[in-house]
Design a protein. Structure first.
Length: 277
């Protein structure tokens, strides 16, 4: 049985805090997932009920195999839930929809396309007018510090620069929601910290709703407005925490007592499981 972990006095579990009631945002109601195999049913996620507000930076943290990536795929419409319903702005999600941009752990840039060509890939695949979106693609590259690299090939960029380009690709068609699955997991520690600061700025400037999955508790606390902590497989909600720290945040905030306390509180959920990954 999962132990109940009580936060420090100045931290609070945000069960339904900030929930919007006008139908906006992302709403999950009784959403679960079970995979059927030859050996029998394999439960991945137990029923989940939570809401992500418009413009919120929402982070999911949990051990490997607990269903975090499955959750992301269901919200994107790439995978149907076994039970329950997912709604985005009041509309049920039953298939892939154009209101999301997805960033994976690997940048997955096409090696034969230039940086600008990779950013424009969703536009080409959706057969949208290039002349409409080309200025936006260039502006996004400028926003992430890649102006002047438009005609470079992926191998000419560092890992962090490639991931910035993949973020631009996810945003070029102006989706309302950005889904990020361990986007910085393959980067070295220093580059990862820089990308966390960069992502925070991008989210603040674009106003996008972000759902990010990570194994890193400090990364979750640094980036999030709220953090959903998941149990071991089959995944369930252990707790949802508010992150009561102002924005913008610098890396110095990691020494703040509130940051340290919340990090320790979340880590206690996994003390019996060892490392998250």
């Amino acid at each position: 049985m999962q132990p109940i972990v009580r936060p420090s006095g100045h931290l609070r579990v945000a069960a339904e805090s900030g929930k919007q009631t006008d139908g906006s945002g992302i709403q999950l109601s009784g959403v679960s997932k079970t995979y059927r195999t030859r050996e029998g049913d394999v439960p991945s996620l137990r029923p989940l009920d939570f809401h992500i507000n418009d413009g919120e930076f929402f982070v999911v943290v949990g051990p490997s195999g607990c269903g975090k990536s499955t959750l992301l795929k269901m919200i994107s419409g790439l995978l149907p839930p076994s039970t329950g319903e997912i709604r985005v702005d009041g509309l049920p999600i039953t298939k892939p929809h154009g209101n999301v941009g997805i960033v994976f752990q690997s940048a997955m840039l096409l090696p034969w396309r230039t940086v600008l060509g990779n950013v424009m890939l969703p536009i080409d695949m959706k057969r949208l007018p290039r002349e409409t979106y080309l200025p936006r693609a260039r502006e996004l590259l400028k926003t992430v510090g890649l102006a002047g690299f438009e005609n470079k090939l992926p191998w000419q960029l560092s890992g962090g620069m490639q991931q910035r380009a993949s973020i631009c690709r996810a945003l070029v068609h102006d989706p309302k929601i950005m889904l990020m699955d361990e986007p910085f997991g393959a980067l070295d520690a220093l580059t990862r910290e820089k990308m966390n600061v960069e992502l925070q700025r991008i989210q603040r400037e674009t106003g996008k709703t972000v759902l990010l999955i990570t194994h890193s508790i400090p990364e979750a606390v640094f980036l999030a407005d709220r953090i959903l902590v998941m149990t071991e497989r089959p995944g369930a909600i252990a707790a949802i925490y508010d992150v009561p720290m102002p924005r913008p945040r610098t890396l110095d905030i990691m020494a703040d007592p509130t940051f340290i306390a919340l990090t320790q509180t979340i880590r206690q959920h996994f003390s019996s499981q060892g490392a998250l990954d």
